[in-house]
Write a protein that binds this ligand. Structure first.
Ligand SMILES: NC(=O)c1ccc[n+]([C@@H]2O[C@H](COP(=O)([O-])OP(=O)(O)OC[C@H]3O[C@@H](n4cnc5c(N)ncnc54)[C@H](O)[C@@H]3O)[C@@H](O)[C@H]2O)c1
Ligand SMILES: O=c1ccn([C@@H]2O[C@H](COP(=O)(O)OP(=O)(O)O[C@H]3O[C@H](CO)[C@@H](O)[C@H](O)[C@H]3O)[C@@H](O)[C@H]2O)c(=O)[nH]1
Length: 435
C-alpha cells in the first residue's frame, strides 16, 4: 500500500459512497460529502441509504477507524483534502441531453471553498468536453494563488456488485491535461492494483460512453436474435452459448430478455445519441439500440396479452422482481415499471414481489400490493411474470408456485427457467427467444 492521501468524495450515491468506503479501506483518509442532509445523518448512524452487498460493513468499519467521515458541506472536504472526487448525479433531461446542474453546483462549491491547490477528479459520467469546461470554470472562480487541475476518471462499477467491482477493476482510466495531476491520481489508485490507461481528458470521457453504448448494443443485438429465434425454431440460449465460445465475441452480456434498464445504460445511450447529434453525426447503430430496447419491453407485454386472447381486464398478474437487476434496490428506469404501467393500462391487476426494493417500489407503484414473500404474490394470480432474475425467483419451489397460482402460466422475461422442465412440470411456459 502507498502513503495514505486525504481525499474528498462529493456525492454519496451508488458511486460516491462505494468509492469513499473503498478508498478508506485501502488506507486513505476520506471525507464524503452529500448535500442531502438526511443521507448524511443516516450514514453517520451507520445506516446505508442504498442496498449494496458488503457496503454496510465497509462503511461502519472505516468510520469507526476514523478514516471515513460524512459531511454536508463541500468546505469540509476542500479544507482537508488534496484530491476531490466528484461523483454527483448526471441524469437525463427530457430531450436526452445530460443534466449538468449537479456537476456545476459541485464545481462552484469547490471553487468557493478551496484555499489551496486541488486536483478535481470527475468520476461522474459526463459528455466530452466537461473536464475542460469544469477546469475553466474552477480557474475563473478560484481564489488568488489557488490552482485547479481537472482529471477525468470514469467509473465502471456495476450496481449489485459495486464493492467487489471496485476491488477487482478491469482497468483504471485516467484522462489528464496535466501529467503531474494524472500521476498523483495514479498514486492514489495504486492500491487497487488494476491496469492503468493514461490518456487525454476527451478520450477518457468518451471511453465511458463508448463502453456503456457497446454493452447496450450487445444486449439489443442478442434481443433481436432472440426475436428471430422465436420465428425460426431456434433457441437463443444455445445461439448465445455458441457465439460466446468464440473468444473474439465472449459469453458475457448475451442474455436475452426484456432489455436493459437502470440508471446508466438507458441514460448513457440517449446521451451518446445527443452527443453525436450535436456534432451533426447520425449514429445509426445507437438509434436502433435504443429503439430495440424500448420495443423489447412492449413485445413482452404483447406476449402476455396474446396468451389471454388480448383480454387482460379482470386478470391478476404476479410480477416477480422489480429492481432493474438482481442484488440492488435501484428502480431507476427499471423495465418492471414500464411493463407494469402497460399491463395496468390494459386492465390487468398487478401483484408484485421483490426481496429488497419493496419500500422504494411502493412509492412508485400506488395501488400495487408488493409482497416480500414470493408465494404470497403468486396466490390466485392468473400468471407469473419473471421480470428480475433474483436468486429467490430462480430457486422458487415450483410445486408450491404452481399450487399458489390460479393458472399454471409463466412468462419468463429473463429465461431463468428451463422451458422443457417447466412444461414437463405442467406449466404453460413462455420464455424469450425459445421456439
Ligand atoms: N450507479 C452506477 O452504477 C454508476 C456507475 C458508473 C458511473 N455512474 C455515474 O456516476 C454518477 C453518480 O451516479 P450515482 O448512481 O452514484 O448517482 P446518485 O444519484 O445515486 O448519487 C448522486 C449523489 O450526489 C449528491 N449531490 C448532488 N449534487 C451535489 C453537490 N453539489 N455536492 C454534494 N453532493 C451532491 C446527491 O444528493 C446524490 O446523493 C453519474 O454520473 C452516473 O452516471 C454511475
Ligand atoms: O446480458 C445482459 C446483461 C445485462 N442486461 C441488463 O442490462 C441492464 C444493466 O445491467 P448491468 O450493466 O449489469 O448494470 P449496471 O449496474 O447498470 O452497470 C452498467 O452501467 C454502469 C454505469 O455506467 C457501468 O459502470 C457498468 O460498467 C455497466 O455494466 C440490466 O437491466 C440487466 O438486466 C441484460 O438484459 N442482458
Amino acid at each position: 500500500m502507498g502513503e495514505p492521501i486525504a481525499v474528498g468524495v462529493l456525492g454519496a450515491g451508488y458511486v460516491g459512497l462505494v468509492s469513499a468506503a473503498c478508498f478508506a479501506e485501502v488506507g486513505h483518509r476520506v471525507v464524503c460529502v452529500d448535500r442531502d442532509e438526511r443521507k448524511i445523518a443516516a450514514l453517520r448512524r451507520g445506516e446505508m441509504p442504498i442496498y449494496e452487498a458488503g457496503l454496510e460493513d465497509l462503511v461502519r468499519r472505516n468510520a469507526a477507524a476514523g478514516r471515513l467521515t460524512f459531511e454536508t458541506e463541500t468546505a469540509a472536504a476542500a479544507s482537508a483534502c488534496e484530491l476531490l472526487f466528484v461523483a454527483v448525479g448526471t441524469p437525463s433531461l427530457d430531450n436526452g441531453d445530460v443534466d449538468m446542474s449537479q456537476i456545476k453546483s459541485a464545481m462552484e462549491a469547490i471553487a468557493e471553498s478551496s484555499a489551496d491547490d486541488k486536483i478535481v477528479v470527475i468520476k461522474s459520467t459526463v459528455p466530452v468536453g466537461t473536464g475542460a469546461m469544469a477546469e475553466a470554470l474552477l480557474r475563473s472562480k478560484a481564489r488568488s494563488g489557488v490552482r485547479f487541475d481537472v482529471v477525468s476518471n470514469p467509473e465502471f462499477l456495476r450496481e449489485g456488485s459495486a464493492v467487489h467491482d471496485t476491488f477487482h477493476m478491469d482497468r483504471i482510466v485516467i484522462g489528464a491535461a496535466s501529467p503531474a495531476a494524472g500521476e498523483r491520481l495514479r498514486e492514489a489508485l495504486a492500491p487497487f492494483d488494476a491496469p492503468v490507461l493514461m490518456t487525454n481528458r476527451e478520450s477518457a470521457e468518451l471511453i465511458k460512453y463508448a463502453s456503456n453504448s457497446f454493452l447496450a448494443t450487445k444486449i439489443s443485438f442478442i434481443n433481436e436474435m432472440a426475436n428471430l429465434c422465436e420465428k425460426v425454431g431456434a433457441d437463443i440460449g444455445m445461439v448465445a452459448q455458441g457465439m460466446g465460445m468464440d473468444k473474439r465475441i465472449g459469453p458475457s452480456f448475451l442474455n436475452a430478455g426484456i432489455g436493459y434498464g437502470g440508471f446508466c445504460l438507458p441514460k448513457d445511450t440517449r446521451a451518446q445519441l445527443f452527443i453525436a447529434e450535436n456534432v451533426d453525426y447520425d449514429f445509426k447503430i445507437m438509434r436502433a439500440v435504443v429503439e430495440v430496447n424500448q420495443l423489447q419491453r412492449q413485445r413482452f407485454v404483447r406476449k402476455v396479452r396474446a396468451a389471454f386472447d388480448g383480454e387482460l381486464a379482470g386478470k391478476t398478474l404476479a410480477v416477480m422482481g422489480l429492481s432493474f437487476k438482481p442484488n440492488t434496490d435501484d428502480l431507476r428506469d427499471a423495465p418492471s415499471l414500464d411493463i407494469i404501467a402497460m399491463l395496468r393500462q390494459y386492465g390487468a391487476s398487478i401483484r408484485a414481489y421483490d426481496p429488497v426494493s419493496g419500500p422504494k417500489a411502493a412509492k412508485l407503484l400506488p395501488g400495487v400490493p408488493i409482497a416480500d414473500d414470493p408465494y404470497e404474490a403468486l396466490r390466485d394470480a392468473d400468471a407469473m411474470l419473471v421480470v428480475t432474475e433474483w436468486a429467490q425467483v430462480k430457486t422458487l419451489d415450483l410445486d408450491r408456485a404452481k399450487a399458489a397460482l390460479r393458472r399454471p402460466l409463466v412468462f419468463d422475461g429473463r429465461n431463468v427457467f428451463d422451458a422443457a422442465a417447466m412444461r414437463a412440470q405442467g406449466f404453460r411456459y413462455f420464455g424469450i427467444g425459445k421456439s
